[in-house]
Design a protein around this ligand. Structure first.
Ligand SMILES: [Ca+2]
Ligand SMILES: [Ca+2]
Length: 114
């Protein structure tokens, strides 16, 4: 029995829709003269992994609000994207620091700060 190893030569990339599936034809050839051959079809499907971090769009953010701005007023909306698929590409938001006085809240799903 002789084996032929199909090996990854360049990094797979699920995020490129054109590179998610590969239909290859493999040929085996003997050393006879003339040689005889056979072929087999091989399909390789690339599956997504969480290899992208979310990215904020249009950063850095800076905004001024009047001190008479009423509670519930929209300050601004942050926006981020993530190239991964399904839950690996869905994002939510929270205020990580700098809000000790609890002056602001952010909607975790929409990124709207109030
Ligand atoms: Ca991700
Ligand atoms: Ca991915």
């Amino acid at each position: 029995m002789f084996t032929g190893n199909l090996v990854v030569q360049n990094p797979p990339d699920f995020e490129n829709p054109n590179l998610r599936q590969f239909d290859m034809r493999i040929e085996v050839r003997d050393q006879g003269s003339p040689p005889k051959t056979a072929t087999a079809n091989v399909r390789v499907v690339i599956e997504d992994v969480n290899d992208n971090s979310p990215k904020f769009l249009n950063t850095p953010y800076a905004v001024s609000i009047n001190e008479s701005t009423s509670v519930g007023s929209l300050v601004f909306t942050v926006m981020a994207s993530d190239k991964d698929f399904g839950p690996r590409g869905q994002v939510n938001y929270r205020i990580k620091s700098g809000n000790d006085e609890k002056k602001f809240i952010i909607d975790g799903n929409t990124g709207i700060t109030c």
